[in-house]
Write a protein of this length. Structure first.
Length: 184
């Protein structure tokens, strides 16, 4: 009976954290030099290929960037737990276009905590804490509100396919666990 109670409590806690992670418009914010661990790199946005999705926008480290469809125009509504799971792409100054991105489509917006978030075609940009390496897009289509963007700034549909060293060497595919919160 004790094991069942602990298991239920664990699942309830994980579920609550998952819901809070993308609950939208909370008023709390994480205050650090770059927001919530966002990509503070001068706000460079480029284009790179992600297997299964095609060409998508990435930050200066090659990490997939996403839009949150609940945002209100260029105003972010992702704060608190959401901001921890989906760090905003921030800039110390002007956003810059890397390879494949159009500088005319880049912009910035000021967040509640004073940091400057990069936008593309009016969409505030975020990374996903569940993406651990360039080429991953584990945040794609989570809750039907998080989408990678193509070079035109349009949401990409589909699911990224995982590639690994063992797949590249052996030619065999491993199954991706890209759904849900990517384990978060």
């Amino acid at each position: 009976m004790k094991t069942t109670t602990y298991a239920f409590a664990l699942f309830a806690t994980i579920g609550a954290l998952a819901i809070a992670g993308c609950g939208g418009g909370g008023s709390s914010s994480v205050n650090s030099e770059s927001g919530a661990g966002g990509s503070e790199d001068g706000g460079t946005v480029a284009v790179a290929e992600v297997s299964g999705l095609g060409n998508v926008l990435v930050d200066s480290e090659g990490m997939t960037v996403y839009e949150f469809t609940e945002d209100e125009g260029t105003t972010s509504v992702c704060y608190g737990g959401c901001e921890s799971t989906w760090p905003p792409v921030t800039a110390a100054g002007k956003a810059t276009a890397g390879e494949g991105a159009m500088s005319a489509d880049l912009g910035t917006t000021k967040r509640k905590d004073g940091t400057v978030q990069v936008t593309y075609k009016g969409h505030p940009l975020y990374t996903f804490s569940g993406d651990e390496a360039p080429g991953e897009a584990n945040g794609q289509e989570i809750e039907g509100t998080w989408f990678a963007l193509d070079e035109a700034g349009a949401p990409v549909e589909g699911t990224a396919t995982a590639t690994s060293e063992s797949e590249s060497e052996s030619g065999e595919s491993e199954e991706s666990s890209g759904g849900g919160y990517g384990g978060y």
